[in-house]
Write a protein that binds this ligand. Structure first.
Ligand code: ATP
Ligand code: MG
Length: 456
């Protein structure tokens, strides 16, 4: 280990275990092309962290001192994306390698002159960094040095870079020590870093759960203190990040951390209040049980679609809302529609569930009644629905222990297997493993059966 430029530490190839055999050949190709053209090229972020931990990286990100235009001239298979900050996407057969130009930390201070003027003088450095009155970053599209690029990242363990020139790792933040100690720590003052971007609080929770790391004490305290400010982040970003958390394979652990830090109540205020109440003398435990079930499916390599995920997690809550409308005299279908509208109305201002997913969620819940109608009208068109397997899976996972439901599922499985090439839902015949609903299944008899076979 030796000291590099400014305050970096260089970990030589002999001192770390990352082999190029574990890297994406396309990422290596990209790095070598940059190097051969006289530019700096590093692997950065999650991939270096994961390689050091012996985990398979999800994707390989590259940073360079070449501008996006220069990258484009070097790679014929390159497309520039992003209006605010231009990124280069290098397209390979099955993979896109993202190449970003070194960026600097956002600040409202005037920019300091760069030390190495000859390396960067051809580069645009506009005063484009801007924070709002509460310190949240509005824009940060400013090129910078490798060190600035490392310092603007969220956590120390996410700031390590791998240098293709000598296969060394460069550490500007103490990330390697934190990685060895299994600690998630913000780079710099956590209060400021969460003010700049509240989504980082959710990322801290996700990485802690996914990597089985501990959130460092000051970082954790800052999350607790700033939990309520999570709602300042853009609802579409929160949707993406919440989905990543719930589908991380460690959703139950994330949920635990979200509850402990106050983030969960800030993200889902109405639902969280409802969870704290009892229904028919029972506490609401289905959310946690379903998350554990979803985790186990994901860990076994299955995919869970976002609408099915939301139905499993929020279906009981939505059912109770629907029941409320039904008691007021609304027909079943209308009750479900009104319940979904209410759920979306309270959730979307904070977490922007897309319309498409909201409609698909409504269909999974409202089509449950169709399963009871055997054979019903035109069962083949019901089986041919694109969301048939989600409708079946939802029923099996939430009510599959009921005798009459087992019979219904068996009948639909037999029909689906006869109806080639309609795929048999992945879990249709599977009995074990799913958490079963403790509460009694509400009758969903619909006097208006005809309309239930149509898409609403
Ligand atoms: P994953 O395994 O989920 O992909 P990752 O660390 O690669 O984990 P990405 O979202 O792919 O996460 O981001 C890549 C890198 O970009 C991160 O490792 C981090 O260095 C930086 N980064 C991402 N989001 C932020 C953020 N909100 N603030 C600061 N840096 C960020
Ligand atoms: Mg990544």
């Amino acid at each position: 280990m030796k000291k590099g430029k400014s305050c970096s530490v260089i970990i030589t190839r002999q001192e770390h275990g990352i082999s190029r055999k574990l890297m994406s050949p396309n990422a290596l190709r990209t790095l070598y092309r940059l190097k051969d053209n006289g530019f700096v090229g590093y692997l950065v972020g999650g991939c270096v962290r994961d390689l050091l931990l012996g985990r398979e990286p999800k994707d390989f990100d590259v940073v360079t001192n070449a501008t996006p235009g220069e990258v484009k001239r070097m790679f014929r298979n390159c497309r520039l994306v992003g209006r605010r900050f231009r990124l280069a996407h290098i397209h390979y057969q099955n993979e896109i390698i993202e190449v970003a130009t070194f960026r600097s930390q956002a600040s409202n201070e005037p920019e300091p002159e760069l030390e190495e003027a000859n390396e960067t003088d051809h580069r645009q450095r506009h005063p484009r960094m801007l924070k709002d009155d509460d310190g949240m970053i509005l824009r940060d599209n400013v090129y910078g040095t490798p060190e600035e690029d490392a310092l603007r990242r969220d956590f120390t363990v996410n700031s390590l870079s791998y240098n293709i020139v000598d296969f060394s790792i460069i550490d500007y933040t103490g990330g390697l020590a934190d990685l060895n100690a299994a600690i998630i720590r913000t780079i710099g003052d956590p209060t400021v870093r969460f003010q700049e971007d509240p989504v980082r609080m959710l990322r801290a929770v996700r990485f802690a759960a996914q990597l089985a790391f501990t959130i460092e004490e000051n970082t954790r305290k800052a999350v607790v203190a700033a939990a309520d400010t999570i709602v300042r982040a853009a609802p579409s970003r929160l949707y993406d990040e919440v989905l990543k958390i719930l589908l991380s394979g460690e959703g139950a652990m994330c949920y635990e951390l979200l509850r402990q830090t106050g983030l969960f109540a800030a993200l889902f205020p109405d639902f969280s209040n409802w969870l704290d109440t009892e229904s028919e003398g029972f506490p609401h435990t289905r959310f946690g049980e379903m998350l554990s079930y979803v985790d186990s499916r994901i860990q076994q390599g299955y995919k869970v679609s976002p609408p099915l995920l939301l139905a499993l997690l929020f279906g009981e809550y939505i059912d109770e809302k629907a029941e409320h409308f039904r008691r007021q005299g609304a027909p079943w279908q209308q009750s479900v529609n009104a319940a979904i509208a209410e759920f979306m109305g309270e959730t979307c201002p904070i977490i922007m569930i897309t319309n498409r997913v909201g409609l698909a969620l409504r269909d999974i819940i409202s089509q449950q009644m169709r399963l009871e109608k055997i054979p019903g009208r035109r069962p083949e068109s019901f089986i041919a629905r694109h969301d048939f397997s989600d409708i079946i899976d939802y029923c099996r996972i939430t009510c599959g222990d009921k005798k009459d439901v087992v019979g219904q599922l068996g009948w639909w499985a037999a029909q689906a297997s006869q109806q080639a090439p309609a795929p048999l839902p992945s879990e249709l015949t599977e009995e074990a493993g799913a958490p079963q609903r403790k509460r009694k299944r509400r009758s969903r008899r619909n006097p208006n059966a005809k309309s239930m076979t149509e898409r609403v």
